[in-house]
Design a protein around this ligand. Structure first.
Ligand code: HEM
Length: 383
């Protein structure tokens, strides 16, 4: 169906079958008035729920309210279907006052005691070229939909409602989901032409999700129980050096990834979903190279660690040198980034053959609370 339920035990947009399009926005909160922030979260919740049903932000919002005031809904989604729109909110470290990176940051909203330990700044990884203007943020909203105009309309209207309370710090459009998060979905391809999302956690694996995605009661003291049932969102804008990649031979491309380009099978196997065999050798060299992306990112190489990947391709035009500004807007959900994303990215940044072809230039971490209970608003259990 085209309507994904907004309310439930878990936020939509995490294990929801990945939609085709993304508009992701990170906001700075520019007020220090807690009641203003709470009022905005309440308004956002009402509007978000309406939009996920395919309705305007407010009843008669686009037309019909008054000829003499600006419409309360911008109108570009009028007549469009709900398009499986999901809106997922997350809270960034800056909302909670001081942390290791910013020890003097004020606790503007009196919630410092509720900061979960896992919401700590990510370390700087080797090869990172992070741009502050594409990184961080106090609040994120991830809008995913099968129609780009529906996703853009949602972020535009939420940003508009936030005038004076939040300002958009950065945002990213994405297309062509690069992950499948359900066994019913075909594996899509990324901008390097490879299937992406083959070996991913899937919605149909509840025990795995409890282990690797959803925050459990034992993870936090009482003050941070508001995160139980939530998850941490790691966003990385990864520029892919398309022209360099396109000059690499097919052999080199497959060696770097560790899978075949056509079928997406692990090297040495024939089917996409065949298990990789990292012990296979060809003469003296391993069939899946020691620095192949899938070897380094695989659970066997990381004491069993896994993450849920839910990223999107992006192309933001050209960069002034005639090179495509394209890549992967990587989004991962995990139960504790310090135990999952960090060691994985450390292994990749140190050795991954893919490193020659990519550059991470944006980074952010958000704590996404559990689902919105009936009658509740976004973040109610935190404030
Ligand atoms: C697997 C591409 C960045 C984690 C894969 C696969 C491809 C791929 C083609 C194989 C298909 C699959 O199993 O999904 C890329 C590209 C990246 C990128 C082009 C950057 C532009 C990352 C990052 C991480 C990551 C930053 C995490 C820190 C993984 C994991 C797997 C995987 C966990 C599954 C490994 C397995 O168990 O076989 N990636 N990836 N990838 N990638 Fe990436």
């Amino acid at each position: 169906s085209q309507v994904v339920a907004f309310r439930g035990d878990r936020q939509a947009g995490i294990i929801t079958a990945a939609q085709d399009r993304l508009h992701f926005a990170a906001f700075d909160v520019i007020t220090t008035d807690r009641s203003q922030l709470v009022a905005l979260l309440q308004q956002w919740t009402t509007a978000a729920e309406r939009m996920t049903r395919g309705e305007e932000t407010f009843e008669n919002g686009a037309v019909g309210l008054s000829d003499y005031r600006p419409p309360t809904d911008t109108g570009e989604a009028l007549g469009l279907a709900a398009s499986s729109l999901t809106l997922t909110i997350g809270f960034g470290p800056g909302l909670f006052g001081p942390d290791a990176e910013n020890p003097t940051r004020p606790d503007r909203f009196g919630i410092a005691a509720h900061r979960p330990a896992a919401l700590a700044p990510l370390p700087v990884f080797p090869l990172d070229e992070l741009e502050p203007a594409r990184s961080g943020g106090d609040i994120c909203i991830q809008a995913c939909a099968d129609d780009p105009q529906v996703a853009v309309h949602a972020i535009r209207n939420l940003a508009r409602m936030g005038f004076g309370v939040v300002s958009v710090r950065w945002s990213q459009l994405g297309f062509g989901r690069t992950s499948s998060t359900s066994v019913d979905q075909q594996t899509p391809r990324n901008m390097f032409g490879f299937k992406d999302g083959t070996a991913n956690l899937k919605a149909e694996e509840p025990e795995q999700l409890d282990t690797w995605v959803w925050v459990q009661p034992a993870d936090n003291p009482a003050a941070a129980q508001w995160m139980t049932g939530g998850s941490y969102l790691v966003a990385r804008r990864i520029r892919m050096h398309i022209e360099r990649w396109d000059r690499a031979s097919l052999f080199e491309q497959e060696r770097v990834i560790g899978r075949s380009k056509g079928e997406g099978a692990p090297l040495g196997q024939s089917g996409e979903f065949d298990a990789p065999n990292f012990d296979l050798t060809n003469g003296r060299s391993p069939v899946i190279a020691r620095d192949a992306h899938v070897r380094l990112a695989h659970a066997d190489n990381l004491d069993g660690v896994q993450i849920l990947r839910r990223g999107y391709n992006f192309t933001d035009g050209s960069d002034g040198f005639g090179h495509l500004d394209a890549g992967l807007f990587f989004i991962a959900f995990c139960r504790n980034p310090a135990d999952q994303f960090v060691p994985m990215q450390q292994a990749l940044a140190a050795k991954d053959a893919l490193g020659e072809y990519i550059t991470h230039n944006g980074s952010a971490l958000f704590a996404c609370p559990p689902g919105v209970a009936p009658g509740h608003w976004w973040g109610q259990t935190l404030f």
